[in-house]
Design a protein around this ligand. Structure first.
Ligand code: ARG
Length: 459
């Protein structure tokens, strides 16, 4: 097999090196970007008079034929061609002959790969964004459907204060909203076109890089040729964003898993989105949530891997950088799957109103409200807190809820209590009085839902 560099080498490439060095097994997924980039480059070479317009046409047609061959499965990917760039160029030579060699004028694989991978991850980032928007819609629908269901809110996984289930769901809306805007920021920052940087130093040819940028849908060309071929920040940045999305999904998964336990039983999963056990007939397992939680590990791992690969790499291109792809491809593939399956599952979740209602009776969720009552009647909050602590331990001993106490029992702890205390501390009041901006009251949650809808309309 002939190599591009064979004229200056005296021996054939070792077979093991060939296998070790090749990236074709995983970079072939960038064929579309490679072909698009080459077409844009050839058009620019034609426009600048570096190649003739006939040569440009031949090259472009050849490349389009290769695209077809790849898409209908007749293209043969070979390890000895090393990577997608060389594979396509070799096939182009087979189709159009020596003129194919003109395509690589004023170009290096270093700027070519920098372009391809950048275009690929930008394309995928846009798909991830779309999936997140679908996810947000599912969260919104569910929040509206269960708008007034009250659940216990937790801190330290201990019952804390009552909140609306929709308020809890809308907390996730905020997280994924930030993730969507992170992707937008990423798309802005990575909107620079590296082709034309050459191997590292630019080129002696009279290029029009702005034209190539425009052809490929970028706002502008990159400004420094060395940085253009050395930069993999955009992969790290998307890997980081995917890690944050994955972390958010993992937290949500954990809650789904907890809510599905017999101990909680707050929600039911649809049979189509749960699995059974091969031995225990009573089991219904939240595998989706568990696997989504589990995949966070490899996604973080991919981020750590590329950060570590790039650490201490001197400028400009080094072969180490071929290791940039598999990790981000894996993270992209997995996060897309995770988002889609998670929101499909979430969409079919049903809420066990009775179970949730029962759970509200225990745990003294309205204790803070009793303390707030005292504080609003002039008792310093620290003292009110102490009084309510005594009330809670009294109720624990009697095995009753705070609202089950009679007025005279209340007054044994403080003279300040009046008849209105029982009404003040109903669970509904505890929720709806939390009307401070961003709080859990139904009014606030309706406002959040309204804002969320207008956010989704703007993207
Ligand atoms: N397959 C290589 C990569 O993924 C392409 C760039 C190779 N450039 C070079 N000078 N060896 O990084």
């Amino acid at each position: 097999m002939k190599k591009m560099w064979e004229s200056s080498f005296n021996k054939e490439t070792d077979k093991l090196l060939e296998k070790f060095n090749a990236s074709i097994t995983f970079d072939k997924r960038m064929y579309e970007e490679d072909i698009k980039g080459s077409i844009a480059h050839s058009r620019m070479l034609g426009k600048q008079g570096i190649i003739s317009s006939e040569e440009q046409k031949e090259i472009e047609n050849g490349l389009l034929q290769i695209k077809n061959e790849i898409e209908n499965g007749t293209f043969e990917f070979k390890i000895e061609d090393e990577d997608i760039h060389m594979s396509i160029e070799k096939r182009l030579t087979e189709i159009i002959g020596a003129v194919a060699g003109k395509l690589h004028t004023a170009r290096s694989r270093n700027d070519q790969v920098a372009l391809d991978v950048r275009m690929y991850v930008r394309k995928e980032a846009k798909k991830i964004k779309k999936l997140l928007v679908n996810f947000e819609n599912v969260i919104l629908n569910l929040s509206e459907k269960y708008e007034d269901i009250i659940i216990p809110g937790y801190t330290h996984l201990q019952r804390a204060q009552p909140i609306l289930f929709s308020h809890h769901l809308m907390a996730y809306f905020q997280m994924f909203k930030r993730d969507i805007t992170r992707i937008d920021d990423f798309l802005k920052r990575s909107d620079e076109m590296p082709l034309g940087a050459g191997a590292l130093a630019g080129t002696t040819f009279d290029l029009d890089r702005h034209f190539v940028a425009q052809e490929l849908g970028f706002s502008k060309p990159t400004e420094n040729s060395l940085d253009s071929v050395s930069d993999r920040d955009f992969i790290i940045e998307l890997g980081m964003i995917i890690s944050v999305i994955s972390m958010h999904l993992s937290r949500f998964s954990e809650e789904i898993i907890i809510w599905c336990t017999s101990e909680f039983s707050f929600i039911n999963l649809d049979d189509a989105f749960a699995t059974g056990s091969s031995i225990m007939p009573q089991k219904k397992n939240p595998d989706i949530a568990e696997l989504v939680r589990g995949k966070t590990g490899r996604i973080y791992g991919n981020l750590m891997a590329i950060l570590t690969t790039m650490k201490a790499l001197p400028l400009a291109y080094n072969k180490d950088m071929q290791e940039d792809k598999e990790g981000i491809f894996d993270s992209i593939d997995n996060i897309k799957l995770c988002i889609e399956i998670f929101y499909s599952m979430l969409n079919t979740v049903t809420v066990n109103k009775e179970k949730i209602f029962d759970s509200m009776k225990y745990g003294f969720l309205n204790a803070t409200d009793v303390a707030d009552y005292l504080a609003k009647h002039g008792v310093p909050f620290r003292q009110a807190h102490k009084i309510v602590g005594e009330i809670v331990s009294y109720c624990e001993n009697k095995k009753i809820a705070i609202e089950d106490m009679t007025l005279s029992e209340f007054q044994n702890f403080s003279e300040i209590f009046r008849e209105d205390i029982q009404n003040e501390i109903t669970i509904e009041n505890c929720v709806n009085k939390r009307n401070s901006f961003g709080g859990t009251s139904i009014q606030n949650v309706k406002m959040q839902i309204k804002n969320a809808k207008s956010f989704l309309e703007t993207i």
